[in-house]
Design a binder for this molecule. Structure first.
Ligand code: AMP
Ligand code: GLY
Length: 421
């Protein structure tokens, strides 16, 4: 279920499995169509999805984005006996409610920034006075990445609180969380779980700002690479033992077992690894780089998460090589993207050895055109971040798409470290 670059990467990998007799994608995109039959199913119409699964005897549903998870699609499918990869609605609160996650962390001593949950503008402003600046203000619910303000001044933070309680984010802004500012480098960590067993999948680093050098507005992610060496084996162990495993255990103990992929946004601070946030799904574009490195059968792994049998199969193996992806986005993104721009040269880019995942693409009179904010994910592997980056940009340069742009510095943090040796 889904239609972005993340879902293209998942479909590409699922289709390679000997256990995948037939793959459908709903709604999919023109890239996904090379691996799957596209079906026009509306993820919010649970009855229609259930009827389709029954008619086609679907053996596994993989839910890509967060919205259908938070909307309880997995519960509806499970109630009908359809195996499904992705957490229940109750468990997806780990992404769907910042206050839920912060309070779970507080109950179970999981390291995360100090916080206060506030339910009105007045409460928010009073909390800010206690925290001082810098401080972080977050709308509680899903706000498409726009609900978080990292405020360097109290005035900025107060403005963010007023904005949330003015109703700008609808129900997602009915409550807010005020958080202590954490200083450090960010990294993402992905683990698979069936609710009991937890296996590490891998690390990645995303590039959220639209411009080179990490400037400009936030986006869904302009590029990523995996692994993120900054998350050393020692820090990975710490993240697993102190954050991810205790969270999965806590969710089971509290009667809302979490299954699926758990995506932990981490801050590597001087005083250890801290949880910034959880997502209840794969990252986009982090999934694309993980899938390019995954050496195992994705159907087997995701089915084991769905069926509670993760302890009975070998842990996932990822190539030690680096994978790096560059997002090509439509002019205007992350504001209003220009649609319809022509795209040529994808075949040449793939012939160079890269893998081009489609995100917001469409076919117009048989020709590939841009149809969304993030359009293509040009992905390559290499022995180092530097080599993977060079291959990815060489492939980007084979694509002719005058209405698309990309960052030119994906991987810069790690490349600087590689250059230092
Ligand atoms: P979130 O949606 O919670 O991941 O927040 C979006 C971004 O805001 C994160 O990727 C961080 O860059 C930043 N951020 C969130 N919480 C904090 C925090 N407590 N301290 C510093 N930066 C934060
Ligand atoms: N790339 C960030 C996310 O998927 O949330």
């Amino acid at each position: 279920m889904g239609s972005g670059g993340r879902e293209h990467a998942l479909a590409w990998k699922l289709a390679q499995s000997p256990r995948c007799a037939k793959l459908f994608a709903a709604p999919g995109n023109p890239g996904i169509a090379s691996h799957a039959e596209l079906v026009a199913l509306d993820a919010t119409d649970h009855a229609a999805v259930i009827a389709f699964c029954a008619a086609q005897a679907i053996g596994l549903v993989v839910v890509g984005p967060e919205a259908p998870l938070v909307d309880g699609l997995t519960d509806s499918l499970r109630a009908e006996g359809v195996p499904v990869f992705g957490p229940s609605q109750a468990a997806a609160q780990l992404e769907g409610s910042k206050a839920f996650t912060k309070e779970l962390c507080a109950r179970h001593n999981i390291p995360t920034a100090g916080f206060e949950r506030v339910r009105s503008e007045g409460e928010g402003l009073a909390a800010l006075a206690k925290f001082g600046a810098p401080v972080v203000v977050k709308a509680d619910g899903l706000a498409a990445g726009k609900g978080v303000t990292v405020a360097m001044t109290l005035a900025e933070a107060e403005e963010a609180v007023r904005e949330i309680f003015s109703g700008k984010f609808g129900a997602a802004g009915a409550e807010a969380v005020i958080e202590e500012f954490l200083e450090g480098e960010e990294a993402s960590f992905f683990a698979l779980t069936d609710g009991q067993t937890v296996v590490p999948l891998g690390s990645a680093q995303d590039h959220k700002r639209v411009g080179d050098g990490d400037v400009g507005p936030n986006t869904g992610g302009m590029g990523a690479y995996s692994p993120a060496p900054v998350l050393t084996p020692l820090l990975t162990g710490e993240a697993l033992e102190r954050i991810v495993v205790p969270t999965v255990r806590a969710m089971a103990e509290e009667g809302t077992p979490y299954s699926g992929v758990l995506y932990a946004g981490l801050m590597l601070t001087k005083s250890g690894v801290q949880l910034i946030e959880y997502n209840a799904r794969f990252g986009d574009p982090e999934c694309q780089v993980l899938m390019l490195r995954l050496e195992d059968d994705l159907v087997e792994l995701l089915l084991a998460c769905a069926e509670g049998s993760l302890a009975t199969i070998p842990s996932p193996r990822l190539s030690p090589e680096t994978a790096l992806t560059v997002v090509m986005a439509a002019e205007g993104y992350p504001g209003t993207p220009k649609k319809g721009g022509a795209i040529a040269g994808v075949e040449a880019a793939e012939a160079s050895g890269a893998k081009v995942f489609h995100a917001g693409t469409a076919l117009a009179d048989g020709e590939l055109v841009a149809n969304g904010g993030r359009v293509l994910n040009v992905t390559a592997r290499g022995a180092t971040v530097t080599e993977a980056q060079q291959r990815a940009y060489a492939a980007v340069d084979l694509i002719q798409a005058p209405d698309l742009f990309c960052r030119r510095d994906i991987g810069w943090r790690e490349m600087a470290r590689e250059a230092e040796g």
